[in-house]
Design a protein around this ligand. Structure first.
Ligand code: GAR
Length: 205
């Protein structure tokens, strides 16, 4: 059984979709903790209601990557027995860039969801970038986290058609529905040991 930690910063809708799917679809992962860098994150309350322990590691005033900050996260992960041997860490709207030291400690055990078809539109406001660029299709990507920004091996993607009258809000809503489907699927693949990485590419086996 994989010990799963979910890191959030806000409303936690992906976290909720993951927690629901773990139970409903019998994914072999034990959600041991939800960690937020924001004390007021709505997702914290949702996690508690769903019976998952929560921790806050306030990042106020800590800008950019910080190994000092990330060490605090690792202390909490270790407290809940989320280790580089048995753990999976899912970033779900966690709006901090994690340090190379953290990434390397949990190599190929940290996943992220991004609201665009990477490598297009990395970084923040991905949906707005897509609308402004005028692409006809966008979507979402679940990928492993590496030391770059949204550059890690791609596990799953889902395509969403962009309508002529889409706004950032309308497109985000449709992409979010797909996020809620593919993140649990990617977690299942990981937990069932069905992902291999070769030459930076992630494959299903
Ligand atoms: C999601 O759309 C996620 O893809 C995005 O933040 C939102 C979090 O929503 N993440 C990023 O933009 C990361 N670069 P949620 O808190 O409801 O899951």
């Amino acid at each position: 059984m994989i010990n799963l930690a979910i890191l959030i910063s806000g409303r936690g809708s992906n976290m909720k979709a993951i927690l629901k799917s773990l139970k409903k679809d019998k994914i072999p992962a034990n959600p041991v903790v939800v960690i937020s860098n924001k004390p007021m994150a709505i997702g914290l309350e949702i996690a508690q209601k769903m019976g998952v322990r929560t921790e806050v590691i306030d990042s106020q005033g800590i800008k950019g990557q910080s190994w000092e900050y990330d060490k605090k996260i690792i202390t909490v992960l270790e407290k809940y027995n989320v280790t580089p041997e048995n753990g999976l860490i899912c970033l779900a709207g966690f709006m901090r860039i994690i340090s190379p030291e953290f990434v390397n400690r949990y190599k190929d055990r940290i996943m992220n969801i991004h609201p665009a078809l990477l490598p297009s539109f990395p970084g923040i406001h991905a949906q707005q970038q897509a609308v402004e660029y005028g692409v006809k299709y966008s979507g979402c990507t679940v990928h492993f986290v590496d030391v770059g920004i949204d550059t890690g091996s791609i596990i799953l993607q889902s395509v969403v058609k962009v309508k002529d009258n889409d706004t950032e809000k309308t497109l985000s809503e449709r992409i979010l529905r797909e996020e809620h489907k593919i993140y649990p699927r990617a977690i299942r693949l990981f937990c069932e040991n069905k992902i291999r990485i070769k030459d930076r590419k992630a494959f299903r086996v």
